[in-house]
Design a protein around this ligand. Structure first.
Ligand code: GLP
Length: 241
């Protein structure tokens, strides 16, 4: 794991965007794995700016998102479908047919997982962007998830629902379940870019970089991946100095 320590969130967002843009310039048909949450927002802003300045095109790019909430419609303002369109896809030239986000529509969620997993098996992700949950989750793979796990319906940990309630009116509105790529899908990516920012991630950063590789801390699996870059700001790095 290569660890790049940057000054602050702004620099983190700039460096992350540069790495993604370079990947797409090098391979205009790149397959990108994308993440949601607060952390990648600045990265997406930088990517949009680069696109608007004619620096990069996403016409040949395919995207796969990590996860989606169950029990809310994709039009819901907090769905990851909505997040991705609002914060990235509506502002760049990626083709709608090349966008893949797990669908949680209908009653047969297992069939939705199988369908998404099949697509992932047919498409090797070149670069997977990741954030980290306060409890070490990646995607929505909560502590205890086997490293061999493929796409599945997960019951969200209480800590995750608490962390994400800031995006909803109350904890009762935070979904209890989601569909997420499994850890096996994530580590099948050729390259992984993990972003860690801010005080609330100090312990998660410490456990990722210094802790043991254990299913109790899902992100620790990245220590076994041959091509992972962690970009971390000084605040999140403070316990590691
Ligand atoms: C969310 C997402 C993850 C994200 C993490 C951290 O619940 N499922 O993909 O990385 O939690 O989010 P944030 O960046 O808002 O701290």
């Amino acid at each position: 794991m290569e660890v790049i320590v940057v000054k602050d969130y702004q620099e983190l967002s700039k460096v992350a965007a540069e790495i993604i843009i370079e990947e797409v310039k090098k391979n205009p048909n790149a397959i990108l794995g994308l993440a949601t949450g607060g952390t990648p927002l600045g990265t997406y802003e930088n990517i949009i700016n680069a696109y608007k300045q004619g620096e990069v095109s996403f016409k040949g790019v395919k995207t796969f998102n990590l996860d989606e909430y169950c029990g809310i419609d994709k039009k819901h303002p907090q769905s990851y479908y909505h997040y991705m369109h609002e914060n990235l896809f509506n502002h760049i030239d990626v083709l709608p047919e090349n966008i893949n986000i797990p669908s949680t529509e209908g009653n047969d969620l297992q069939a939705q997982c199988d369908k998404y997993n099949e697509l992932l098996n047919q498409n090797t992700i070149d670069l997977q962007l990741l954030g980290i949950g306060g409890n070490g989750h990646i995607g929505f793979n909560e502590p205890g998830t086997p490293f061999t796990q493929e796409t599945f319906v997960v019951e969200l940990a209480e800590k995750t629902r608490e962390d994400n309630k800031r995006f909803f009116n109350s904890i009762d509105e935070v979904p209890t379940h989601a569909i997420t790529m499994g850890i096996k899908n994530i580590i099948s990516s050729k390259k992984i870019l993990m972003l860690i920012s801010g005080k609330s991630k100090v312990d998660a950063a410490y456990n990722l970089i210094k802790g043991p590789v254990t299913e109790e801390f899902p992100a620790s699996v990245l220590n076994n991946h041959p091509n992972t870059i962690v970009i971390i700001d000084e605040e999140a790095y403070s316990k590691l100095k």
